[in-house]
Design a protein around this ligand. Sequence first.
Ligand code: OSB
Ligand code: MG
Length: 369
Amino acid sequence: MQLESVTVRRMTLPMLTPFTTSFGTQTHRDLLIVEAHSGGVTGYGECVALAEPLYSEETTSTCALVIQDYILPRLQGLEISHPREVSAALSPLKRNNMAKAAVEGAIWELWAKRENQSLAQSFGGTKDAVEVGLSIGIKPTDADLIDTVGAAVDAGYKRIKIKIAPGRDLQMMRAVRAEFPDAVLMADANSAYTMADLELFQALDELDLLMVEQPLAHDDIVDHRHLQAAIRTPVCLDESIHSAEDARQAIELGSCRIINIKIGRVGGIAESLKIEQLCRQHGIDVWCGGMLETGIGRAHNVAIASLEGFTLPGDTAPSARYWAEDIIEPEVTMDDGVVAVPTAPGLGFSVKQQLLEDLTVSSFSTDWR
Ligand code: OSB
Ligand code: MG
């Protein structure tokens, strides 16, 4: 297969609920959708970078530039017999993982559709449904948070993740635990702490959290090793893991017991598969992280979470949690805390192409003919 053309669309979607983490509040999602075309078939991918470099160094704008100037020229005329060849072709380009993953994801979906396979099938996903957790942002008051957690418990989410930040941590988590003694709870710090906060994490051990996600610096695996050795709660790495090589080093050091895989953060599906395999070999639990995706990225996440190695509920909540109207139909929905893994070819959802075009504020296409 050769790509005939690629289109990249930029759009801004208002979020139903503002989402606050230790690095800021999001009210809108500024994102890119990639369309890869070949043989009358279109594959879709989503770029999960945020508008500002607050989670990682990539942004929507840097991704658009890197895709246009560096990624697409390397794919022009390339004979692709399997989508894993895409990340190999892009490997000379350092990092820019979210930009690479957006393009690789579109090509992977295109290939799966042409092979008449679902995305999950195309890489060996075996589950027919995936367990879902909810990620709850920082709320103005403990009462607000407790209301939100209560609604999530009632809705059937299999685990509830709560964002923490200095000043909104131990007391707040104790209040939630007191209210919900049996809930499966975890905390995500988005790298807001240092080893000077060790006592805080030792105190969190009392609360029987499923894990604490990315407590220390976004680029650290050494201090996380010391932290993990000093607490009972499993440490999960998110921001620190960009590749299977990073995962190998973190596992070897003992820096975490759990890894959150985000396809965008690690540079694509091929790299996600390597990490999943490595973690299975080492008994490291894995779950699928989220980046407040539209239905396109969400469908990719549900497919990857269908792999055996994804042993814990992921941040793959239903569309209606985020969007007034999603860009796919049907929307992603949840029943009894699980999302069904589609079996139709590709994403298994249809993209509302007219809505996509209406939402597009800028776009570019390759000029390969
Ligand atoms: O750290 O997992 C994170 C959202 C944006 C950036 C980073 C993170 C998150 C979330 C939300 O936790 C997950 C989701 O619901 O998509
Ligand atoms: Mg996280």
